[in-house]
Design a protein around this ligand. Structure first.
Ligand code: 13P
Length: 342
């Protein structure tokens, strides 16, 4: 087993998944303002430290994705944040893209104004060396794909896949595992078939570019969206249907060398994200480890509780631990709805 593959196994094996706590300061400010807490480096750390130091919660967390600010911070115990994460047998990771920026608009098509290209390749080799020194052993880069009547364009799919492949090859050179995240957004009124069709195209293009850039797929993690109808689609789908189409899409488009797949939650509720992951694992007849890399679906409830009383660390940790445990069970198809009310 290669060193990179060992890192993948450490992050995703044994009912473990990833806590995506890499919100940029802009996104974290929105989250904290929603609970009437001032967004400052100290407050961002306070909330995150509550999660990262939860004995129970960290049992099912094999990796934590950090933001540039957080990887440099020190916990109240005096431990550096990567050290704190390591102390639970979990792997520190880092978001290395610098955000999704608007593509140069196509003047003939106003609908394409929403298309983005993810930036962050300039100086990436040097930044990766620094993050490795700080303790990171895996990284994340998120490409964003929108669906509407004119989107996504071939151009956007291709440009984002190309950037993901350049990123991934640099990350492996730096001896870290790249998370490949091409997120097809669930915003819109498109149906589940459209999501399946677009996600298939996007994955095909990503793996074409990754091969072209000689990326060792055994040392990567794919972080895709599930196959879901758009949030404004009137035709809702059952968890079973979502699971069936998601597995079909992965089987058809993800090379079998990829060891692990960790879904993003993408705006699903906490319970939906757990239930859908569980259904997917119930019918998983592939060799992929299929787990989670959730941001909102692991943190929402905990954040809300912390907003009510910032001294209530115990209950904030309990709420986070419950989601972590439920998603751990879902990563082996052993979750049951009844467990939610226990
Ligand atoms: P969500 O689970 O909230 O979609 O966040 C995951 C993530 O890391 C998006 O890049």
């Amino acid at each position: 087993m290669s060193e990179l593959n060992k890192i993948v196994q450490k992050i995703l094996s044994n009912k473990k998944g990833i806590l995506a706590a890499d919100e940029s300061n802009g996104t974290m400010t929105k989250r904290l303002e929603s609970i009437n807490v001032k967004s400052s480096p100290e407050n961002r750390l306070k909330f995150r430290e509550i999660l990262f130091s939860s004995d129970e919660g960290m049992k099912n967390i094999g990796g934590v994705i950090l933001y540039d600010e957080t990887i440099r911070q020190t916990a109240s115990s005096g431990k550096k944040i990567p050290e704190l994460i390591n102390s639970f047998g979990s792997v520190p990771g880092i978001k290395v893209d610098t955000g999704a920026k608007r593509m140069v608009p196509d003047p003939t098509n106003a609908q394409r104004m929403i298309e983005t290209i993810t930036e962050g390749l300039d100086g990436l080799r040097e930044r990766l060396a620094e993050y490795y020194e700080l303790g990171a052993r895996f990284t994340k880069w998120r490409a964003v794909i929108n669906i509407n009547k004119s989107c996504p364009s071939e151009l956007t799919i291709n440009a984002n896949a190309h950037a993901l492949a350049r990123y991934a090859s640099l990350v492996q050179e730096a001896k870290m595992v790249p998370i490949i995240e091409p997120e097809v957004l669930m915003n819109g009124d498109h149906n589940i078939n459209k999501c399946y069709e677009v996600t298939s195209k996007v994955l095909q293009e990503c793996y074409r570019e990754l091969k072209f850039h000689n990326v060792d797929l055994k040392g990567t993690i794919l972080k895709p969206n599930m196959i879901l109808p758009g949030d404004k689609c009137s035709d809702k789908s059952s968890s079973q249907q979502i699971a069936k189409m998601t597995i079909k899409c992965l089987k058809e488009n993800v090379p079998s060398e990829v060891p692990g797949i960790a879904f993003l939650s993408g705006g699903q509720s906490e319970i939906e994200a757990t239930q859908n992951l569980n259904e997917i694992n119930k019918i998983n007849d592939t060799n992929f480890i299929i787990s989670f890399s959730y941001g909102r679906a692991l943190q929402q409830g905990a954040l809300k509780n912390w907003g009510k009383d910032q001294k209530d660390i115990l209950n904030t940790q309990k709420i986070f631990s419950k989601r972590s445990k439920m998603n751990g069970l879902a990563s082996t198809g052993k979750w049951l709805k009844e467990l939610e009310t226990e």
